[in-house]
Design a protein. Sequence first.
Length: 147
Amino acid sequence: MTNRGEISFFIVAGILCATGLVILFLKHPSDSWLMPRCPFHVLTGLYCPGCGSLRAMYYLLHGHFSVSFRYQPLLVPFLLVILFVGGKRIYEIYNNSTVSFKHELLFYKIFLLVICLFFVMRNIPLDSLNRLRPPEPLPSQQISNKE
């Protein structure tokens, strides 16, 4: 992909993300047909590594950090990684160079391993691991009472 194509991609992706965040801020995922249920969970009954992310992002946007963490503990680390990777690539495009860190590949491998372990652990049927599974959706009216 050329720099011009990548710049266009980042602009379009930014606009789509901003639009999605505005919609998510205005509408609770459980109250809207726009927000789909996880197809993996619907088909298998298992929780994918991303299950609960929409509701977690909704609560994060509303400043309810502990409720957000309860729905998806990996949301904030994942967002930080996305911001890091995107920011790094934008920096590379702007400076027309490639930047690599000494242990960058190791970091990505460890992050992928954490996601895989999270996926396995949240589906083990032990009461002690219930905190890794997203709770039942709360109606949007109850968020102020939850934190």
